[in-house]
Design a binder for this molecule. Sequence first.
Ligand SMILES: [Zn+2]
Length: 209
Amino acid sequence: MAAALFARLAPAWQAALNAGIGAYLASDAVPIGAVVTDVAGEILSVGANDAESSPLAHAETRALRDLPRAADDTGAILFTTLEPCPMCVGAIRLARLSRAHYAARDPAAGSLDLLQADELMRDLGCESVGPDDEVMEAVIVALVTESRQRRGQLRWRAEWLAYHRHAVRVGIRLAERGARADWISRSASAAEVFDAAALILGGRTAAAG
Ligand SMILES: [Zn+2]
């Protein structure tokens, strides 16, 4: 059984996934979550994507906005389930984070290379790290694909297929079979949704698709 897959993830990743998948189940948000920790790993703030309410309400900007002011300049670290967009990379720089971990590559909107764009972006030496875990990346790609496919948001799909073929195909199948409605009817937790998607993905990586 794949039941232990979620449980083996680091606490920061579990919190980011709980936020993103929780919002996906509760309000049909695209499942993206982010947390900011201090250097010791203590969670300082959490954010879930809420782009339906505002195009600026990304998981990362929401977590960074709620960061306690005292955390400024302490080398805080972001963990986000999807590679950040250009707006969020700018926010990461302005929040003076020391590192940004991302779980899944986003070949359409992911913009972490902007951390090297010019002197302003480079001067604090914020490091980007990812993807951290093959299974986590595939699960996130499958769930984000399910959400976008079900709503007919298909503009991103060719780029995502080129990077994550197997996981995107699984996500399309999840949308076709009504997986989200099924998870809601069974009151599945974020951890259970993660493990169910991992089981369906069968442990195969995107590259193997
Ligand atoms: Zn963003």
